[in-house]
Ligand binder design. Structure first.
Ligand SMILES: Cc1cc2nc3c(=O)[nH]c(=O)nc-3n(C[C@H](O)[C@H](O)[C@H](O)COP(=O)(O)OP(=O)(O)OC[C@H]3O[C@@H](n4cnc5c(N)ncnc54)[C@H](O)[C@@H]3O)c2cc1C
Length: 375
């Protein structure tokens, strides 16, 4: 009996479990560790922020997927690896043994100096639900005619989409409250990797929603008044949203796993740790030889390769390389059931793009929440 231990119900592990629904084996014991049975799917989380979906509508039900795959579901947070003893320790002190270990634990937010002003970090996604209730109470307690200053630090696609979604939801929660929204970016331009037409559409939406863009702003500290920049500039805020990019979880490195320059688990093209052949990593937490963006669309594509390679490693078969897609469909919701799409140099926008995005997202979730595939 071999023991495969999966830590984190990320996008790639969802595919591994789905694969196990059809490839279950009597000599393999599979365990998934996740802090919650519902694992949020990033593609739909901004739609939840905007008030279009309930939380469970935009999550993979990892516990039920485990049942369908014949895997054991353990609710918990991994906190340490003992690579010599081949065990993973959970935050509650429990130890789980493994023959093969796979990590798909996503990323976390870059650390902050102060935290006086209500601060809503966009990563990890699973903590957002708790922040949201607090934000709703704060906003609904404001008197009519009050103004609320909202600053989003970080102007990648996640920051922009989340700010547009939050603005939409705040206006619905407290229609009599005035909103002053600021998007702060350390860069000079917005979404530099996007084709010019799509970037223009995004900027037009930010202007149409009176969102002020502050460029060249490197946040140094969040205090009771808002955000202070490294250059001394201040952005006053009642609510600070934080989407400054992906940072690695610290505990895998503490186990002696080789890391890349940014601190993500260094893997080879087959997603296998370069220092520990019995450990694999996929999604945001993996540092590939040719780095890919920390985005769900890449984590999803790693899923089938990871599923194949875990099976191959257990049976001493050849491993397959992960080849990142060169181009991917960019979809960004703008708040009011409207979205922008881009594919290479082409870009579109409209309510129909939102419906298209929604169809793609719902179909994706149905793959994992619909139980086992027909054989
Ligand atoms: C607001 C926002 C919107 C985004 N929108 C998009 C988008 O539209 N398209 C896109 O491609 N990308 C998007 N992203 C990026 C995307 O969220 C991530 O790149 C993606 O989720 C990474 O997938 P993953 O499989 O690596 O990990 P995740 O999906 O983050 O899953 C990791 C899982 O591991 C669990 N976990 C973490 N630590 C532990 C631990 N110690 N023990 C056990 N379990 C643990 C977590 O609970 C989580 O369920 C967005 C990000 C944000 C913040």
């Amino acid at each position: 009996m071999k023991r495969l231990l999966l830590i984190g119900a990320g996008h790639a592990h969802a595919q591994v479990l789905r694969d196990l629904c059809t490839r279950a084996s009597s000599d393999l014991e599979v365990t998934l560790v996740s802090p919650a049975s519902l694992a949020p799917y990033s593609g739909m989380v901004p739609g939840w922020m905007a008030g279009h979906y309930d939380w469970d509508e935009c999550c993979i039900d990892a516990e039920q997927l485990c049942r369908a795959a014949g895997a054991r579901f353990v609710r918990g947070l991994a906190s340490a690896i003992d690579a010599d003893a081949r065990t993973v320790q959970l935050a509650d002190g429990a130890r789980l043994p493994y023959d093969l270990l796979s990590l798909d634990i996503g990323s976390t937010a870059l650390p902050l100096a102060g935290a006086g002003t209500p601060l809503v970090a966009m990563r990890p996604l699973e903590r957002l639900e708790a922040h949201w209730e607090r934000l709703r109470h704060q906003v609904q307690a404001l008197p009519a005619g009050a103004r609320l200053r909202v600053v989003m630090v970080g102007a990648g696609a996640a920051g922009i989409e989340a700010l547009l979604a939050v603005r939409h939801q705040l206006a619905a929660w407290a229609p009599a409250v005035g909103l002053d929204c600021v998007l702060a970016t350390s860069g000079a331009g917005l979404l530099p990797a996007l084709a010019a037409r799509a970037a223009r559409l995004v900027q037009r939406h930010l202007r149409a929603h009176d969102i002020e863009v502050v460029r060249g702003f490197e946040a140094a500290e969040v205090d009771a008044m808002g955000v202070r920049g490294c250059d001394g500039r201040r952005l006053d805020a009642d609510v600070v949203l934080w989407a400054t990019g992906a940072a690695p979880h610290a505990w895998p490195g503490a186990a002696g796993l080789a890391l890349d320059e940014a601190g993500f688990i260094r893997v080879d093209a087959t997603l296998r740790s370069v220092s520990h052949p019995d450990i694999f990593a996929a999604g945001d937490c993996a540092g590939l030889p040719a780095p890919v963006p920390k985005a769900g669309v890449f984590a999803v594509r790693m899923g089938p390769v990871l599923a194949h390679n875990l099976h191959a490693a257990l049976h001493e078969l050849p491993l397959a390389p992960y080849r990142p897609q060169r181009r991917n469909l960019f979809l960004l919701g703008t708040g009011a059931r409207h979205a922008i799409a881009a594919w290479g140099p082409f870009a579109w926008q409209g309510k129909w793009v939102w419906r298209w995005k929604e169809r793609i997202d719902r179909r994706f979730l149905a793959r994992y929440n619909g139980g086992p595939r027909p054989a």
